[in-house]
Ligand binder design. Structure first.
Ligand SMILES: Cc1cc2nc3c(=O)[nH]c(=O)nc-3n(C[C@H](O)[C@H](O)[C@H](O)COP(=O)(O)O)c2cc1C
Length: 367
């Protein structure tokens, strides 16, 4: 059993003062071109200083990887000064700052991309209303996107972050390469499960090489994944256990499950004995630390997650109560603010975009 308030040291040497992590959450607050805004810096500063680490909102590594307006950009050097301010705002009282890096792939549209068609492993539209059919990436473009992730990592180092998290979850480009729904390629980047893993394999190798060649100390690399898809064909838990087994042999510092509720069971009949997180932990078999997440609302939930995972990430609860972590560390669950009112929006620096998202996601916690 891991306690919330005990420290944790990653393989590359980075030390966290406790086991609580802020989960990556889009703020929809960046400028139209992805430059960090002052409002955004205040949003991060307000919630930092108590948790061990803070993972930022997803930042796009390539201009054609932009998923939505108000998203962070890390695809050119001109973003470094703003990102440096963001890293500094997070790094107070020893909280560590991790930049999440991603590419939206087919989960965007030509409005967001200013007229360009979205790109993806194959020309297959996502199963969602009004989804546009993407253009299939050429091999040269695939290699260029891997290069973009490497350059984004170099920029994160220059900006003073303590690590990057490769966003392989939530149906974006990296997951699209692994999914049999979005990847129908017949070249070396698609086909069998092993071939659908090639993009992830080369990407993880590329990013970790950048870090290990650099002269920074203690800079970590994590990988986030989603365990299952509902599409037919789609990623099943069995495929994810293959993915996790491969990742656990890589020079990564952690893997991070993306799931709405830590208690969730698989949709596959063969995996009903225990929650998904327990199957993931079992597959890792102590080769890498695991971050657990999903509807953690108080210290009791965090402790339950830490019975399986090494670190516990919290999202919505810390949007609602910026001092959630200190209350959990002090064993003061009864003091946690659990509901949001429109009157709190300014104080909590929650943007219109995120507010709309929360209205859909958790109406019961909005007053
Ligand atoms: C407003 C909002 C934005 C999110 N943005 C991201 C993101 O940029 N990257 C990501 O990996 N997950 C994102 N997520 C998912 C969270 O990291 C987390 O997995 C999820 O909210 C479940 O945790 P929670 O119940 O503690 O909120 C987002 C969630 C919310 C509520």
């Amino acid at each position: 059993m891991n306690n919330v308030d005990t420290g944790f040291t990653f393989k590359r040497g980075l030390h966290l003062k406790n086991r609580l992590v802020v989960a990556p959450m889009t703020t929809k607050m960046s400028f139209f071109d992805g430059v960090v805004t002052n409002d955004e810096i205040e949003y991060y500063g307000l919630r930092s200083g108590e948790v061990g680490a803070f993972i930022t909102a997803a930042a796009n590594v390539h201009e054609n990887g932009k998923g939505w307006d108000g998203e962070l950009g890390v695809y050119e050097d001109r973003f470094i000064p703003g990102l440096a301010k963001l890293a500094a705002a997070i790094k107070k009282n020893q909280t560590k700052a991790i930049l999440q890096i991603f590419h939206a792939g087919r989960m965007t549209d030509s409005n967001i991309l200013h007229g360009s068609q979205p790109v993806a492993p194959s020309a297959v539209a996502a199963e969602r209303p009004d989804a546009q059919t993407p253009r299939e990436l050429t091999e040269t473009e695939i290699l260029e996107i891997i290069e973009s992730f490497k350059q984004a990592t170099e920029r994160a180092i220059k900006a003073g972050f303590d690590g990057v998290e490769i966003h392989g979850a939530n149906t974006y480009l990296i997951q699209q390469f692994f999914s049999p729904h979005s990847n129908r390629r017949t070249d070396e980047w698609g086909g069998t499960l092993e071939k659908r893993f090639k993009f992830i394999n080369d990407l993880v190798d590329g990013v970790t090489e950048v870090v290990d060649r650099s002269d920074v100390k203690d800079f970590i690399v994590g990988y986030r994944f989603s365990p299952e898809e509902y599409e037919e064909p789609g990623i099943r838990l069995q495929d994810t256990l293959f993915l996790v087994d491969q990742l656990a042999n890589k020079p990564l510092d952690y893997v991070h499950l993306s799931i709405g509720n830590y208690r969730n069971h698989s949709v596959s009949e063969a995996y009903q004995e225990k929650p998904i997180i327990a199957y993931i932990k079992e597959t890792i078999n102590d080769r890498l630390p695991l971050i657990g997440v999903g509807d953690i609302r108080n210290g009791a939930d965090a402790k339950e997650v830490l019975a399986t995972a090494d670190l516990a990430a919290v999202g919505r609860a810390i949007l609602i109560d910026p001092h959630w972590a200190q209350k959990v560390l002090d064993d003061q669950d009864h003091l946690i603010r659990t509901e949001l009112s429109h009157y709190d929006r300014d104080e909590l620096r929650i943007s219109n975009g995120v507010w709309g998202f929360l209205e859909d996601m958790m109406p019961e916690r909005l007053q």
